[in-house]
Ligand binder design. Structure first.
Ligand SMILES: [Ca+2]
Ligand SMILES: [Ca+2]
Length: 163
């Protein structure tokens, strides 16, 4: 092997290293895009905010319903999203508390949990539901699907025998 060959071999190695590095970056970028696409959304570098599940259950006797909000795709920068609670068969003030709030994701954060207060009344009422809806994304994020969830409150007064 002469000097010229060994120099060329060195530059081949360097080229190989660069190609491998570019490939790694590309794979990670495509993975992010693919996982976003898998959920039926367009990739967004600041994130696509969705509900982790479309349906949550909580026992009336538990003090809170824990709802998970996810940030898919990118997670660049600080973003916020508001949520509001809407009556269905469960009513604000008698079955649950609160009407709205704001969820803040810091740069790189992907999941947030919100705790919604449930009122434990003594009324026999069966299953009751209310809706949690995401709205007003800020900081470049967008809302994806599902953008809302239903919380079912399971009554704990059903076993009471009425005389
Ligand atoms: Ca109730
Ligand atoms: Ca009850």
């Amino acid at each position: 092997m002469n000097l010229k060959d060994s120099v060329r071999l060195g530059s081949d190695k360097l080229r190989m290293v660069i190609i491998v590095m570019i490939s790694i970056v590309l794979v990670f970028t495509l993975q992010g895009a693919a996982s976003a696409k898998g959920k039926g959304i367009t990739y967004n570098k600041h994130g696509v905010i969705v509900m982790h599940k479309e349906l949550y259950h909580v026992k009336e006797g538990q003090r809170y319903a824990a709802v998970t909000v996810e940030r898919l795709g990118g997670s660049m920068g600080n973003v916020t999203v508001d949520y509001c609670l809407c009556d269905l068969t469960a009513k604000k003030g008698s079955d649950f508390l609160g009407s709205s709030g704001t969820i803040a994701f810091r740069n790189g954060e992907r999941t947030k949990r919100i705790q919604l207060k449930i009122i434990d009344d003594q009324i026999i009422e069966g299953m009751e539901t209310f809706r949690v809806k995401l709205m007003n994304p800020k900081g470049g994020a967008v809302i994806g699907k599902p953008g809302e969830a239903i919380v079912e409150i399971i009554d704990n007064d059903n076993n009471v025998v009425v005389a």
